[in-house]
Write a protein that binds this ligand. Structure first.
Ligand SMILES: [Zn+2]
Length: 251
């Protein structure tokens, strides 16, 4: 199995990070740790470099941290064998500053750093890990002319959004949010060869798992996908693992 979206660098794992990682590797779970800014991008690379295989990194700036500004050259210098993607990047219009002018500049700033990261992914020939929340139209406008690959992590869009991004060739990241939101139709309509499993740990723990999520809960997500699609768990795990290798071809 491959957890295609984790944050094992976060402080929630400060006390037992090494134990959690060795438990993952023992259970044959590879992990992509996703940076959310420059500092955390450096951290996830450092973590990946401690292991010969199984732990990988993605570098990027989260849309909610757009204020930090995105210096492409600095991020480009981080690229190495362990970096398998650019992200998490994207657009998040959920939090709205008060006042029309502020809202507009908030969106413009996010778009500006997203466009820069899209260009970086093109330059480094890496796929994108996209965080998108109530901003699917703008994200689609930015991506539709590009020949890039990527995943919409933690997908929460409409069926129309789904169709448009599937047509563009994107993968759909499925995590514990499926236990909180009704995404049954999304999962039914996404072909199995376009689904990636992820945890987004330490967040979004599935029911029945520890409150602090970890890549060890990945099977719970797979079970729910298997249940909704009415297919065997083995098939879900096999195919989604293969999908991750297709998208993140440095794995
Ligand atoms: Zn995340």
């Amino acid at each position: 199995m491959i957890d295609t979206h984790a944050h094992l660098n976060f402080s929630q794992f400060d006390k037992d990070r090494k134990e959690v990682i060795s438990e993952c590797l023992k259970n044959n779970i590879a992990v992509i740790n996703v940076g959310i800014d420059y500092q955390s991008s450096k951290e996830v690379i450092g973590m990946a470099e401690e292991y010969e295989a199984g732990i990988y990194a993605s570098i990027g700036l989260h849309p909610l941290d757009a204020d930090q500004g995105f210096d492409s050259e600095k991020y480009k210098d981080l690229n190495c064998d362990k970096v398998v993607a650019v992200g998490e990047t994207g657009l998040d219009y959920w939090y709205k500053p008060k006042g029309k002018a502020k809202r507009e500049s908030y969106k413009e700033k996010q778009k500006e750093i997203f466009v820069k990261q899209v260009a970086l992914a093109e330059e480094l020939d890496l796929p994108l890990i996209i965080h998108c929340r109530v901003a699917f139209d703008d994200a689609y406008d930015i991506l539709k002319q590009k020949k890039l690959k990527g995943v919409l992590h933690c997908f929460t869009g409409s069926l129309l959004d789904l169709e448009r991004f599937l047509d563009l060739g994107y993968f759909i990241g499925v995590n514990g949010i499926i236990f909180k939101m009704d995404l049954r139709e999304v999962i039914e309509k996404t072909p199995l060869n376009r689904i990636l499993l992820e945890t987004d740990c330490p967040f979004l723990s599935p029911p029945g798992f520890d409150q602090r999520n970890s890549p060890l809960s990945l099977k719970y997500i797979g079970e729910e996908v298997a249940r909704i699609k009415n297919i065997a768990l083995e098939e879900v795990l096999d195919k989604t693992q293969n999908n991750a290798k297709v998208l993140f071809n440095k794995l």
